[in-house]
Write a protein that binds this ligand. Structure first.
Ligand code: ARG
Length: 478
């Protein structure tokens, strides 16, 4: 915040000089610049420029030699930016101005024709759409990686049993695979959301000009084809002022982060001393600076913690767009940071989370220990009574009384004698004692999508097929 650095004047955007008498202040230049963020669009900006160049050639605005020279120069600039040999100039407020400046530096005459029939408004929209599409592909791939891992873990743990929870209390026995596959379901829905966001972004807005469309015979379909877009936008005013694609993408990212945060929370609990359901690999834990015995699940905690930022970024996009009149407004320059930040966070979270879950050791004994709590079979006893002809509401009440009696007698449900059972419900026979078996309990939940082994086996097969389909879809997009 050095005062000297924020005053003084220079017209930074040389291209825009004509209209102005006075120089732009350093303060304005610094405040309006987006280069630090949108430099990540460089590749896409050049791809967009080349597509536009071909349309200009077709429209007769540039000659064949000019087209070839400009294309060569643009590719040279692209390579220079990539290798770091070509430095971006802070004097130009954004990546679009920077690249155009480099181009006119190389080709003062021909280069100055490139911006014909184009505005930065359609330029930035198309660049950002390309960026979003590319990020979606990477994140979708990482998501498939995690989902495949979950299927593997589930297939080898169909018979690993644990207490299922509701209200964080022992509820009913379930298979570990079933629990893990619940997360598969979430991430599968997230994949669909990403695919939908991709579709929304997959529309070329190039050729919309500042807002009204462009003069000249610019072949928008040619541009779209060259850039790999499936469609072209239908209304130029909407095209330059629409950021739905960014919001949809960030919504999908927020859902992924939300689901990861739940999974992380669960693993943190399972890793805790009281549970001991899992052991995390050393490389994903950190030590304490004071307590030598500690192995902290910091990575999981950080994924959980970063979720707040991802959701906040979604809100910031919503709030930025709220009540903006048509068409382009400079507010919209603030769209890139939240999206880029969220995409990076979610991508990295998915990669590291996959490694964690892949290497986690499940302590099956500790999981099974939770099943020694007989109250977990209370619902099964109620079902037993239903099978003996007692209506469910009545049997629910009987079992409630049994649980209360056992508690007052200082016994567990399986420790009660048949005589004691019969006192509460005469329909109960000796076979009641077969109920206290987790395998029987789990396999009796045989509705579609239930935790019975057979159902989980079928789910695993269906998920494997689904993953195959999604992998193919991703290949087509690439
Ligand atoms: N840097 C701007 C952005 O990211 C590019 C578009 C500028 N358009 C304008 N009319 N000033 O939104």
């Amino acid at each position: 915040m050095d005062k000297k650095k924020t005053t003084g004047g220079v017209r930074h955007n040389n291209f825009l000089r004509g209209r102005f008498k006075d120089d732009i202040s350093e303060m304005t230049a610094g405040f309006t610049s987006s280069l630090d963020i949108d430099k990540k669009l460089a590749d896409f900006d050049i791809d967009g420029s080349i597509a536009h160049l071909y349309a200009l050639r077709k429209a007769g605005i540039v000659g064949e030699n000019e087209k070839n020279d400009i294309e060569k120069a643009l590719l040279k600039i692209k390579a220079g930016i990539k290798s770091g040999t070509l430095e971006l100039d802070k004097k130009y407020e954004d990546i679009h101005m920077n690249i155009e400046n480099k181009l006119t530096g190389l080709l003062p005459e021909a280069g100055a024709k490139l911006h014909t029939g184009r505005s930065r408004n359609d330029q930035v929209s198309v660049d950002f759409r390309l960026y979003v599409k590319n990020d979606i592909k990477n994140i979708a791939e990482a998501l498939i990686g995690l989902r495949s891992e979950l299927i593997k873990i589930a297939s080898s743990n169909i018979r690993t049993l644990m207490p299922g929870y509701t209200h964080f209390q022992h509820a009913q026995p379930v298979s570990l695979a079933h629990h893990i596959l619940a997360y598969y379901e979430m991430f599968s829905r997230d994949f669909e959301k990403l695919a939908n966001a991709f579709k929304t972004a997959d529309v070329s807005t190039l050729g919309s000009g500042a807002l009204a469309g462009a003069d000249f015979d610019i072949d928008r379909r040619l541009e779209a084809r060259m850039l790999g877009f499936s469609n072209i936008s239908r209304n130029s005013i909407d095209a330059v002022s629409d950021r739905d694609f960014a919001i949809e993408f960030n919504f999908a990212l927020s859902m992924i982060a939300l689901h990861l945060s739940r999974f992380c929370e669960e693993l943190i609990i399972w890793n805790g001393s009281e549970f001991g359901f899992i052991k995390l690999k050393d490389e994903f834990t950190t030590g304490s600076s004071i307590m030598p015995q500690k192995k902290n699940p910091d990575v999981l905690e950080l994924i959980r913690g970063k979720t707040g930022g991802v959701i906040a970024n979604l809100l910031s996009l919503f709030i930025m767009m709220k009540a903006l009149p048509l068409a382009y407004n400079r507010d919209m320059q603030e769209d890139k940071k939240p999206v880029m930040e969220s995409a990076g966070t979610v991508y990295n979270s998915l990669l590291i989370f996959k490694e964690i879950i892949k290497t986690v050791k499940f302590n099956k004994e500790n999981m099974a220990a939770g099943l020694k709590d007989d109250s977990i079979y209370a619902t099964d006893i109620a079902t037993y009574l239903v099978k003996k002809g007692i209506p469910f509401r009545k049997s629910h009440e009987i079992v409630g009384r049994l649980v209360g009696y056992a508690e007052s007698a200082g016994k567990t449900l399986s420790e009660l004698s048949l005589k004691e059972y019969k006192k509460t419900a005469d329909a109960i026979e000796n076979d009641i004692f077969g109920i206290f078996n987790p395998v029987t309990s789990v396999n009796s939940k045989k509705t579609a999508g239930g935790t019975a082994f057979k159902e989980i086996g079928a789910a695993v097969k269906a998920y494997e097929k689904e993953i195959g389909k999604h992998k193919k879809l991703l290949e087509i997009l690439k």
